[in-house]
Design a protein around this ligand. Structure first.
Ligand code: SF4
Length: 214
């Protein structure tokens, strides 16, 4: 592996792997963080930060014959992605990414997408197939294996395309104003219930005097 900048893309053209997770969770959250540089902390981000402290420093060790790299830089020229893996185990030549998350073991689509993006980077960097990885759930201290299926890989590519389209014509997407907002650190900046009410009012106003055609 050689660490070099992508020769075919400018830095502005590179997408952070974490952006895929944000976009998948809520496109408005992605736009607030990555386009408007809005960031705030809540209990969940602070817990996540505490968990990641364990794997924040680049280092490596060999444990029971498995090489373990922490805080490994990742990139994909093909997709224009850059980021960092919490942990990558090398089982022989095969990389196995492990992402640390706070909270109990449960499946979350946006976590799987982020891990799969890491796997695609590792495949490009090493030339090895990466068929699966794992999410390590810190509260339960359990791993959840994630298979990198063709559908999940396609979802990564589609999300990258959607992010590039949004970056080309930046708009702030509407607030989802659902259960996702409960755990979102950007509630104060986003004001989902207020924004949704305004959007509803605009929609009602726009159709107030429209008569139905016979
Ligand atoms: S508060 Fe809700 S709508 Fe706003 S960014 Fe967060 S998840 Fe999205």
């Amino acid at each position: 592996m050689t660490e070099e900048l992508c020769p075919t893309r400018s830095d502005d053209d590179l997408i952070m792997i974490s952006a895929l997770q944000h976009y998948s969770y809520c496109p408005r959250q992605y736009a607030l963080i990555h386009q408007e540089q809005t960031f705030d902390e809540n209990l969940y981000t602070l817990r996540g930060r505490a968990v990641h402290k364990q794997v924040d420093e680049p280092e490596h060790e060999v444990a029971q014959g498995v090489r373990v790299e922490r805080a490994l830089s990742l990139w994909s020229y093909r997709l224009g992605l850059t980021g960092r893996a919490d942990v990558v185990e090398f089982h022989g030549a095969t990389p196995y990414p492990v992402e640390y998350k706070h909270g109990p073991r449960r499946q979350r689509e946006h976590d799987d997408l982020q891990l799969c993006a890491q796997a695609l980077c590792l495949e490009e960097m090493t030339g090895q197939d990466v068929p699966e990885g794992a999410i390590f759930h810190h509260s339960s201290r359990r791993r959840r294996v994630v298979r990198f299926t063709p559908a999940l890989r396609e979802q990564v590519a589609q999300t990258v395309t959607a992010i590039r389209q949004m970056a080309a014509a930046p708009i702030l997407p509407p607030a989802v104003n659902d259960a996702r907002c409960t755990h979102c650190s950007l509630q104060n900046a986003c004001l989902p219930s207020v924004v949704s009410a305004t959007t509803r009012q605009q929609s009602v106003r726009a159709t107030l005097f429209v008569t139905e055609q016979a």
